[in-house]
Design a protein around this ligand. Structure first.
Ligand SMILES: [Zn+2]
Length: 367
């Protein structure tokens, strides 16, 4: 048994995302794809912001019957947000990722009052100000503090969550085949032989922002020297993290910790890719972010419509696998592996073009 008075909301993860996925399955969770997305995003943002995702997930399990309640299956409401003794506001989320962000934002109001690490996501939670108005802002440090009226009037609330937490920590991780790849920061190894070139054309990513998607491009120029000179010239205002030659050679111009200047222009973006739709919203003027803040870019030397040699695609896949291992928010799914034309359908409709084998790249990365 775990004592809720001993469980801190802040700190490193005390269980893994793989254990959470196995626990959800063992408890018969529904909408498993959304559950997995919820878990992956929860572990990623908690690691960045300094909360223990295992405790938040245990709270999710208590609130949703481990992903079986109507509020979860119909509306992806992960934490009883807007559901009180007085009624149900019908709050809904459109993806597991958004559900994770909103739940952590809501919890952060109790733990930190205002958390600058989560400011991007505050708008996702329509009930964010409620705990602040009620005087619960920054009053919760331990799981026990969440009961007794702060989050729930049920006196057993914290103990029930502690029960899920104990069982979660004792759960064996799900077999790898049942899950999306786990982030493996320590094991991320870059492909050998990357040649560093560098360029002045980049800016640092905003604080605590890591890449969330990969964007693939074609250079529309078969001469590497032309591309290199263009990216190194300050007047071009253009760059890319990586450029892959037709022989598979990889050159790097910008550190993935920084933002390259590749796909900052958004014109008629695809609206059927959830991550892109949400990222475009974050970039809306005035004061919006820059899409380059969230992406890593890979340029392939080539011409739109011409075939990409297998040596080149093999290097693209090796790079993508490295980025997947290094950055937990990137996953091998269509809305995190983007064509430049998904972002700018007006002036970059050719990039990287119909012959770029995006499906093969995603499949080779486990998607
Ligand atoms: Zn492009």
């Amino acid at each position: 048994m775990i004592d809720p008075a001993q469980v801190l909301l802040e700190g490193p993860a005390t269980a893994t995302g793989a254990q959470a996925m196995a626990y959800a399955r063992a408890r018969g969770a529904r909408r498993l794809e959304a559950v997995d997305a919820f878990i992956a995003e929860l572990w990623a943002i908690c690691r960045r912001a300094g909360y223990d995702p295992a405790v938040v997930f245990a709270q999710f399990c208590d609130e949703t019957g481990a992903g079986t309640s109507p509020a979860w299956t119909a509306r992806l409401n992960p934490g009883g947000i807007g559901i009180t003794d007085g009624g149900d506001e019908g709050i809904a989320f459109r993806s597991g990722e958004d559900a994770a962000r909103a739940m952590l934002v809501h919890l952060s109001a109790y733990v930190r009052g205002y958390d600058p690490a989560l400011w991007r996501y505050i708008a996702l939670d329509p009930r964010y100000v409620k705990p602040l108005e009620l005087g619960y802002g920054a009053t919760v440090r331990r799981l026990a503090d969440l009961g007794g009226g702060a989050w729930a009037s049920n006196p057993r609330y914290a103990a029930q969550i502690a029960g899920h937490l104990a069982a979660l920590r004792a759960t064996a991780a799900a077999p790898a085949s049942a899950m999306p790849p786990e982030p493996a920061v320590a094991r991320a190894v870059a492909p050998e032989g990357i040649v560093w070139i560098g360029t002045p054309n980049f800016h640092p990513r905003p604080a605590s922002v890591e890449p969330e998607a990969i964007v693939f491009h074609v250079t529309d120029d078969l001469a590497f020297a032309n591309v290199r000179d263009w990216f190194r010239r300050p007047e071009s205002g253009a760059s890319s993290h990586f450029v892959v030659g037709q022989d598979g050679a990889i050159a790097q111009f910008v550190s993935t910790r920084d933002a390259a200047w590749t796909n900052g222009v958004i014109r008629e973006p695809r609206e059927d890719l959830p991550w892109l739709r949400e990222a475009v919203r974050r970039c809306a003027p005035p004061g919006g972010a820059n899409l380059n803040d969230y992406t890593v870019t890979i340029e392939c030397i080539g011409k739109p419509g011409l075939p990409f040699p297998q040596e080149q695609i093999a290097s693209v896949i090796a790079l993508a696998r490295y980025l997947l291992a290094r950055y937990p928010a990137i996953r091998p799914v269509r809305d995190r592996f983007l064509r430049h034309s998904d972002i700018d359908a007006v002036s970059r409709s050719y990039c990287p073009g119909p012959t770029f084998p995006l499906g093969q790249v995603i499949a080779a990365c486990g998607g």
